[in-house]
Structure formats: structure tokens, C-alpha cells
Design a protein around this ligand. Structure first.
Ligand code: ADP
Ligand code: MG
Length: 445
């Protein structure tokens, strides 16, 4: 059986054994000639190129006679193994892949452009998969075994890794790697059609004038991506504290403090929640607090911070509309152990939240702002939500690509005043309503 055929065949039986032997032998020879630790400061692609070159020399010098294809296959496998993550290496290098999912040794799935597909790849055995998993978790000084069968960690390169093994996972060792989302600039988001220039003018003015903004959307709608881009509008010189479950935001300003929550350790101790961090951040003299995602009782602390002088804060929440976002904030805030009567909670939200930016992911995989809404109710009133921008889709064409246009509506007079006081212009496309009746507004309770 040729090497090529063997490389393309499920790795069982004698052929696979021979081939694994060959790979292991060359891996050992390669590691004799090169010091991996010395290479660690290099970028992944550079490391790979270096290893491939050295291995190429070794094979030409003392290896079997191989066809070009066989040779490159062998080089690839050996280098993959040497770099540590086996068949996962090329997947990790593929920038179009956002998630890698391994369900036992025989099933490898990836997510690309929002679509999940199964790849014709497999690990040689459950043991080999476990070795790969151990290598991954050991880079963050964690271990995984029967007494500690679940690990959730972030790699130094930013990827989020989750491992769960038998006996908890019946289908075998299960590995989920979520790639660190790439940062988009606002102009990139504009060229993707996620927002337009007028909306950018408005959002820039709102951020600079320190309105409190909630970015709302479903999982994968692009909340973190937009939050990151919007944070870029915060003027240099302000003291920004970011608080996240797993640090994904990449702010470019100089004065940024990044805080990351910590899960409990093996004995169930040492947990630091988002809530602990929000509370602590208030004692750190922040100009702005940016919370990656509110999911629980920390919502109350965040709302309190927003309405007591920490203007210009930003946060995301998982919700499907502006109304839904308010309901969700309300529910989450009531999960705190402080028992707040409902009208007081409404008061809190009315004074804390200024703007809701709703994101939506369309059937074609595109993500865009579907609405910019201003919360303009006060005190204990029912919520009044004024739409100032909305995406209107056109009828779907035969190519299935979602197209449409953004509609603009006047801003509440009080918002315009506040912008004016901060010397921020009202973008002409929107204008200002003379009275509340002229707003495109709706109520919610
Ligand atoms: N406006 C956008 N256009 C295209 N892709 C986007 C956009 N926003 C986010 N993405 C991509 O979608 C995925 C999910 O984005 P993310 O911001 O993590 O979503 P969320 O925080 O809502 O779960 C990432 O791979 C990200 O790069
Ligand atoms: Mg997110």
C-alpha cells in the first residue's frame, strides 16, 4: 500500500501502524535537529515553514524515495505532530474556521461562515486524541483525567477551549475550540453592510457624548465584534475598564484595564464572577465600564453604575429585540440577591439605559444592525422606545443574498440637547423631533 493511500485511509490496521511509525520516526529525527522551545517566539506559520524546510532536508538525505505528493503529505503530518496538535494544526491555521469540534476520535466538525461541516479527518485512536487534548490543556497548566473530566480554558493565543471526557461524554473525548474572533473596524463593518456612514456618525456622537449603550442580539449575531468596534470610539485618555467572562475585546486605547472572570477550581473554590469584577471596578475610578455580556445578577450592579455617574458605559445582552433586551435586563437584574420592587427596577433601567443597538444575523449569514433605539421614558414610566434607525430588507432575490436599506427617524429632543451640550453634532440624516409625538416610538412594559 502506498503512503498516499495509507494517508488517506482510516487509520486502522497494519498500514496505519506502519505509517504512524514512519511519522514518529521522522518526528524524532526532526526534534533532534531543531529546538522547538527556541522557536516559540515565532509566529505559527513561520514555525511551520522552518520545520518543513529542515524536515525536507532530512528526508532528502536519508529518507525513502517518495513521490512529490507522498513527500509533502509525510512532511505535513510530521510537522503537525511536532507542532503538537496533530490534525488540528492546519484547522487552527485556517482563518476561515471559527469553531473546531471534535466528538471522539472519528468525528471532526468545523464552523465556517456560520455553517457547520464535517471534515474527512480522524484521530488514529482515542489515545491519540487524549494526547492531543492533554497537550492543549497542559499549555495552560490544567489537567484532564477521570477525577477532573471537564476543562474550560483560554489558550495564550486567545482560543477558547472546552474539554469533556468519558465517563461524562459517552461518545468519547470531546473537544471544542472557539477561535478568537477577529476584530473588525467600523469601516470594515460598513463595507460588510452591517451599518452605514450615517449610523456611524450617530453612534460616534453617542459614544463620545457618553450615552450608555446596550448592544443586543442572539448568540453569534456579532455583539462582541460591534462592542469592540464601538469601544474604539471612546476618546483616548479616558480610563476604561473591560470586564468579560473570557477576554475577547481588544481595545486600542492606552489606558485600558482588562479584567477576566475566573471559574471555580477543581475543589469548587476561588471563583470570581463578572459581578465581583463589576463591583470591584467601581472602586478603580473608571471613566467607562465595558461589560462583555451580562448574564446574571451583575446586571443590577452594572445598571446602578450606569445611572450613578459612570456614563458612557457599554455592555451586551442576549436578546432578540430592543423590547426583549429591556425585559431581559429586568429579569437578570432581579436575579441579584437584592430584592428590588418592580417599579424601582424600571426606574433603574430608565435612568441607566440610553441606547439599544440591536443586531441580527440573516439567513445568508450576514450580520447587521437591525435597529438603533433610544429609551426615552423616565422614572417609573413604562418603557418608551424611539426607533431612530431600522434596516428594511428588500424582497429576497434568487441569489439568496439579503439586501435592503437603513431608514432614519428623528431623535428625541432631549437626546439632541444632550449631544449639543457635549458639542456633538446631530447627523443630518436623522434630524430632531420637535415634540415627542413626532417620534417613531412604541411602548413596552
Ligand atoms: N458584522 C459582521 N459581519 C460579518 N461577520 C461578523 C460580523 N460581526 C461578527 N462577525 C463574525 O461572527 C462571529 C460571531 O461574532 P461575535 O461578535 O462573537 O458574536 P456574539 O458576541 O454576538 O456571539 C465571529 O466569527 C465574527 O467574526
Ligand atoms: Mg459575544
Amino acid at each position: 500500500m502506498s503512503l498516499r493511500a495509507r494517508l488517506n485511509t482510516p487509520e486502522t490496521g497494519r498500514g496505519a501502524h506502519e505509517e504512524n511509525h514512519l511519522v514518529a520516526a521522522y518526528r524524532a529525527k526532526l526534534l533532534e535537529e531543531i529546538d522547538l522551545a527556541e522557536m516559540s517566539p515565532l509566529a505559527a506559520t513561520e514555525r511551520r515553514v522552518r520545520l518543513e524546510r529542515v524536515l525536507g532536508h532530512i528526508i532528502s538525505r536519508e529518507g525513502p524515495v517518495l513521490s512529490t505528493h507522498e513527500r509533502s503529505q509525510l512532511i505535513r503530518r510530521v510537522v503537525d505532530e511536532a507542532l503538537g496538535l496533530g490534525i488540528l494544526e492546519p484547522l487552527l491555521e485556517d482563518a476561515s474556521i471559527t469553531e473546531i469540534m471534535v466528538n471522539g476520535p472519528d468525528q471532526v466538525f468545523v464552523e465556517r461562515a456560520g455553517r457547520v461541516e464535517r471534515l474527512p479527518l480522524r484521530f488514529a485512536s482515542e489515545e491519540q486524541l487524549m494526547q492531543t487534548i492533554e497537550r492543549i490543556v497542559s499549555t495552560v497548566n490544567r489537567r484532564v483525567d477521570e477525577s477532573n473530566p471537564m476543562v474550560d480554558a483560554r489558550l495564550p493565543s486567545g482560543e477558547r477551549v472546552n474539554v469533556i471526557i468519558p465517563p461524562l461524554a459517552l461518545s468519547g473525548p470531546t473537544l471544542t475550540i472557539r477561535r478568537f474572533p477577529r476584530a473588525y473596524t467600523l469601516s470594515e463593518l460598513i463595507s460588510l453592510g452591517s451599518l452605514d456612514e450615517q449610523m456611524l456618525l450617530l453612534l460616534s456622537a453617542l459614544v463620545r457624548a457618553k450615552f450608555n449603550i446596550i448592544v443586543s442580539g442572539a448568540t453569534g449575531a456579532g455583539k462582541t465584534t460591534l462592542l469592540n468596534a464601538l469601544s474604539g470610539l471612546i476618546p483616548e485618555g479616558e480610563r476604561i475598564i473591560t470586564i468579560e467572562d473570557s477576554a475577547e475585546l481588544r481595545l486600542q486605547q492606552q489606558h485600558v484595564i482588562t479584567l477576566e472572570a475566573r471559574p471555580p477550581n477543581i475543589e469548587g473554590k476561588g471563583q470570581i464572577t463578572i459581578r465581583d469584577l463589576v463591583r470591584n471596578s467601581l472602586r478603580m475610578r473608571p471613566d467607562r465600564i465595558v461589560v462583555g455580556e451580562v448574564r446574571g445578577g451583575e446586571t443590577l450592579d452594572m445598571l446602578q453604575a450606569m445611572s450613578t455617574g459612570h456614563d458612557g458605559s457599554l455592555a451586551t445582552v442576549h436578546a432578540n429585540s430592543a423590547e426583549d433586551a429591556l425585559m431581559r435586563l429586568q429579569t437578570l437584574a432581579s436575579m441579584s440577591e437584592v430584592d428590588i420592587p418592580f417599579p424601582a427596577l424600571k426606574d433603574q433601567i430608565n435612568s441607566a439605559v440610553d441606547v439599544i443597538v440591536q443586531l441580527a444575523r440573516s439567513a445568508d449569514g450576514s450580520r447587521r444592525i437591525s435597529e438603533i433605539a433610544i429609551l426615552h421614558s423616565r422614572g417609573r414610566e413604562d418603557y418608551k422606545i424611539a426607533t431612530v434607525c431600522r434596516f428594511q430588507p428588500w424582497p429576497l432575490g434568487s441569489d439568496g443574498v439579503v439586501r435592503g436599506e437603513f431608514g432614519y427617524y428623528p431623535l428625541p429632543p432631549r437626546v439632541a440637547e444632550r449631544l449639543h451640550l457635549k458639542n456633538e453634532p446631530v447627523p443630518p440624516a436623522f434630524g430632531v423631533a420637535a415634540t415627542e409625538e413626532q417620534l417613531t416610538s412604541r411602548q413596552a412594559r
